[in-house]
Design a protein. Structure first.
Length: 275
C-alpha cells in the first residue's frame, strides 16, 4: 500500500516533525508514505488512466494543502483522498462551512457573506469582524472599529462579516479523526482577539461537556471527517459557537499539552479505511 502526503513547500518545512510522525505511524502498519510537494506535481486532467502521469496512481492521498479541487480530481480517478473533497471544499470556505452548520442548527454568530462594495450600504454596527472566506491560520481576519478602517483592511473583496462576540481571545479547537472526537484544547491570548498559537496564544486541554459533544456529533454525523479541527468561540455562558473548520489542522498545541499521538490515531484510521 502506497500513498502520497502532499504539502506546499513552505508548509512542508514548518511541519517536518509532524511529517516524520505520520511516516513512522505508516511504517508501523506496512504503509509506504511518500512526501510530495504541491508545487512539483504535474496533473493530467484531460484524460488518461493516471492523474499524475506515472505508470500507476498512488493508492491514496493525504492532502494537507487546502486545495479542494485536488481532492475531487483524485476521487474522480478512484483515488481515496483524506479528507474527502466534500469536506475539504466546505471546510476551506468559511461561507460554505457556516451555511452548512447553520443548516444543522449549530449555534454561531450572525454571519453574512458580502462583497466589499456592499459594506457601506449595509450600515453595520461597529465594531465588527471581517474575514477572508478562504483565509486560514488567523490570516485575513480584521477587527474593524469604525467605517474609516475599511480602506486599510488586509482582507479581499469577498468577505464574511460578523459581529464581535464570544469571550475575547479564547476559543476551543476540537480534533476529529474518523468522525470521533479525539481531544479538545482551549487557546487563549491576553493581547489579541485571535487565539492562534502561531500568534503567541497559550493552550491547555479542554473538557467538553456532554452538551458540547452532542453538538459536535451533529456535524460528524452529517459529514464524514477523516482528520480535521473544528474551532468554536466560547459564549459568555460557556456554550460553544461555531467559528471555523480546519481541513489541514495544526496539532502543535495538542502535542504540547497531552500524550496523544494524533498522527498515529489518524494513520490508524487511514489503514482501516483502506483495508
Amino acid at each position: 500500500m502506497k500513498g502520497w502526503l502532499i504539502y506546499k513547500e513552505a508548509d512542508r518545512l514548518r511541519n517536518d516533525a509532524f511529517i516524520r510522525l505520520l511516516q513512522q505511524a505508516s511504517e508501523r502498519r506496512g504503509i509506504e508514505l511518500e512526501v510530495v510537494t504541491y508545487e512539483e506535481m504535474i496533473y493530467s486532467v484531460s484524460g488518461g488512466t493516471t492523474l499524475f502521469g506515472h505508470e500507476e496512481n498512488p493508492d491514496f492521498l493525504i492532502i494537507r494543502t487546502c486545495t479542494p479541487w485536488l481532492n475531487e480530481a483524485a476521487e474522480l480517478h478512484g483515488i481515496r483522498a483524506f479528507n474527502s473533497s466534500r469536506f475539504s471544499r466546505t471546510a476551506n470556505d468559511k461561507r460554505l462551512s457556516h451555511a452548512f452548520l447553520s443548516s444543522l442548527s449549530v449555534p454561531m454568530l450572525p454571519s453574512t457573506a458580502v462583497h466589499q462594495r456592499r459594506l457601506s450600504s449595509l450600515s453595520p454596527s461597529y465594531p465588527l469582524i471581517l474575514k477572508d472566506p478562504l483565509g486560514r491560520g488567523g490570516t485575513g481576519v480584521d477587527w474593524v472599529a469604525r467605517p474609516q478602517q475599511l480602506g486599510a483592511m488586509s482582507t479581499d473583496d469577498e468577505l464574511l462579516m460578523q459581529p464581535v462576540g464570544g469571550q475575547r481571545g479564547r476559543d476551543v479547537r476540537v480534533y476529529i479523526v474518523g468522525g470521533d472526537i479525539v481531544a479538545a484544547v482551549v487557546r487563549e491570548s491576553e493581547t489579541n482577539f485571535k487565539a492562534n498559537i502561531s500568534g503567541g496564544a497559550s493552550a491547555s486541554l479542554y473538557r467538553l461537556s456532554e452538551a458540547d459533544k452532542t453538538l459536535i456529533q451533529k456535524v460528524t454525523l452529517a459529514m464524514p471527517i477523516d482528520f480535521a479541527g473544528i474551532d468554536f468561540l466560547i459564549a459568555d455562558d460557556g456554550s460553544l459557537l461555531f467559528n471555523e473548520m480546519e481541513d489541514a489542522v495544526g496539532c502543535r498545541s495538542l502535542y504540547d499539552q497531552s500524550a496523544i499521538d494524533i498522527a498515529d490515531v489518524f494513520i490508524g484510521h487511514v489503514a482501516e479505511e483502506l483495508r
